[in-house]
Write a protein that binds this ligand. Structure first.
Ligand code: NAD
Length: 496
């Protein structure tokens, strides 16, 4: 069975740790590969390699660095089909969804290609007579990226193109559940001309993550994953003096007002709730229906759900399996919890007929009505194809409910009332807001990030904030001496 090894110094590094984890094809329900899990020596090796590559990469001309970034973009665009197949074979999402994920990552690569403009500093001439002040934006050094299973290509691409374009060197620790995409992207970047050691992939579990968090030569951590781990990453990295951004989990609400177009809204609920089997940090997991809209909306959503085809993502299906058997079972257990808590299971995804292997990690789309906010179905991030409906009596009650959630990643309002939408965008305590847009992931030249327990640290991912995170500013005050600058004066410098 194939073992996925580290990518260090521009080539595969065969692990000697003696530890591996299984990698499954979720649609087959079978282990197809193993992934190496790094030990302390391998962590040191990857970081040392990135550190050694840093001075050369930092000092390479902007023109040459741009050329390499551009070639990477071209190769990725030409060969993205290969990457989509890898994503489907390890994550399970359908091929078209995998292609969509790559397209959103490619967008960040394209944004990063404009880095010479974004790295320009400021210049003030004659701040004092004959004295100029200017700023430089310089890279940090070795930066580590730790990514989740649900976007094995896009989430790393939120960070590494910008980190690398800005002159840093990278150690990427991808999810051990679907690790191959990281190697594929790193190898492609090498093919594009990236010097060895600028982009390393270190596979592993908590041992690798902790090693990176504590390593004195790692200057910054970009993390994406669940909230408890994000909080841990944020606190541990900060304790070790590192710059850190840690994006966490979510529970995204869609507020539906009585004047909304219910057909368009029902389409959006189905697309945003069940795309990628609900394993998206921006998936809609709670519909907050302002009465009297709930009965009609639920009927329309249920009708659309009955037409969804669940199966192997390589076939013509709408929704694939979940990532592992354990995760599938955990997600399915929330349907039982819903029943125990007195909610109404309007559409039950258990036992659904699929177009795929018997052992795949299947769970069909599920809709649960009359969910109480005290139920774990409402409280927990389920991260699967389950949409909960909470009925409320007013816009105000809906906003209060959303603002009381500890999460603040994404939210959406569906309405035809511009005033209500405007009020919502002002009052809602969530980092990314959609107005009649169910998954409001900002484009690459804006920045991505939630509020509250959905993100720790003050820098969002990509966009100009990405460049802020991966650079530090240096301010230079300069004068070229002439005799008039002489004389002794111990006072604090004033300008003349
Ligand atoms: P996860 O938190 O289990 O794992 C994320 C990363 O952390 C992985 O690389 C994993 O190896 C590592 N990790 C896991 N346990 C660890 C531990 N105890 N100590 C140190 N490192 C550890 O998340 P996941 O299940 O891979 O991904 C799904 C989660 O990610 C969901 O909660 C989802 O909402 C979140 N997510 C958030 C965003 C966002 O932008 N806010 C985007 C994608 C996913």
């Amino acid at each position: 069975m194939q073992t996925i090894d580290h990518w260090i110094s521009g080539r595969t590094h065969t692990s000697t740790s003696g530890r591996t984890a299984p990698v499954y094809d979720p649609a087959l329900g079978q282990q197809t590969k193993a992934v190496a899990l790094a030990d302390a020596n391998e962590i040191d090796l990857a970081v040392a390699d990135a550190k050694a590559a840093f001075p050369g990469w930092r000092d390479m001309s902007l023109a040459k660095r741009s050329g390499i970034m551009f070639r990477f973009r071209e190769l990725l665009n030409e060969r993205k089909g290969e990457l989509a197949e890898i994503l489907t074979s390890e994550h399970g999402k359908v091929i078209s969804d995998a292609a969509g994920e790559i397209a959103r990552g490619l967008e960040v690569v394209e944004f990063a290609i404009g880095f010479p403009h974004l790295l320009k500093g400021d210049f003030s001439e004659n701040v004092s007579t004959g004295v100029d002040v200017y700023t430089l934006r310089q890279p940090l050094g070795v930066v580590a990226i730790i990514s989740p299973f649900n976007f094995p290509a896009m989430v790393p691409m939120w960070f590494f193109p910008i980190a690398i374009a800005a002159g840093n060197t990278v150690v990427l620790k991808p999810s051990e559940k679907d690790p191959s995409a990281a190697n594929w992207m790193a190898e492609l970047f090498t093919e594009a001309g990236l010097p060895d050691g600028v982009f390393n992939v270190l596979h592993g579990d908590k041992v690798a993550v902790d090693g990176l968090l504590e390593h004195p030569d790692v200057k910054a951590i970009s993390f994406v994953g669940s909230t408890p781990i994000a909080r841990y990453i944020y606190e541990t990295a900060a304790k070790h003096g590192k710059r850190v951004q840690a994006l966490g989990g979510a529970k995204n609400h869609m507020l539906v007002l009585p004047d909304a177009d219910l057909d368009v809204t029902a389409d959006a609920v189905v697309n945003a709730g069940f795309g990628s089997a609900g394993e998206r940090c921006m998936a809609i997991s709670v519909v907050v229906a302002v009465e009297p809209v709930a009965d009609d909306l639920i009927a329309k959503v249920a009708e659309r759900m009955s037409g969804l085809k669940v199966g192997d993502g390589r076939r013509s299906c709408d929704m694939g399996p979940l990532i592992t058997e354990a995760h599938r079972d955990k997600v399915a257990s929330y349907i039982e919890i819903a029943e125990e808590d007195g909610a109404t299971v309007a559409v039950d995804g258990r036992g659904i007929k699929v177009d795929g292997a018997d052992d795949g990690f299947w769970l069909g789309p599920t809709l649960i009505d009359n969910v109480q906010t005290s139920s774990k179905v409402y409280i927990d991030e389920i991260f699967g194809p389950i949409v909960a409906v909470v009925r409320v009596e007013s816009y105000e009650a809906g906003v209060e409910l959303i603002n009381n959630s500890p999460y603040g990643n994404g939210t959406a309002i569906f309405t035809n009332d511009g005033g209500a939408a405007r009020r919502f965008q002002n009052e809602i305590e969530v980092g990314m807001v959609g107005v009649n847009v169910p998954i409001p992931v900002p484009v690459s030249y804006h920045s991505f990030g939630g509020w509250k327990d959905s993100a720790f640290g003050n820098a969002k991912a990509y966009g100009t904030q990405g460049f802020d995170f991966f650079t530090r500013e240096k301010a230079i005050t300069s004068r070229w001496l002439d005799p008039s600058h002489g004389g002794i004066n111990l006072g604090f410098p004033e300008h003349d």
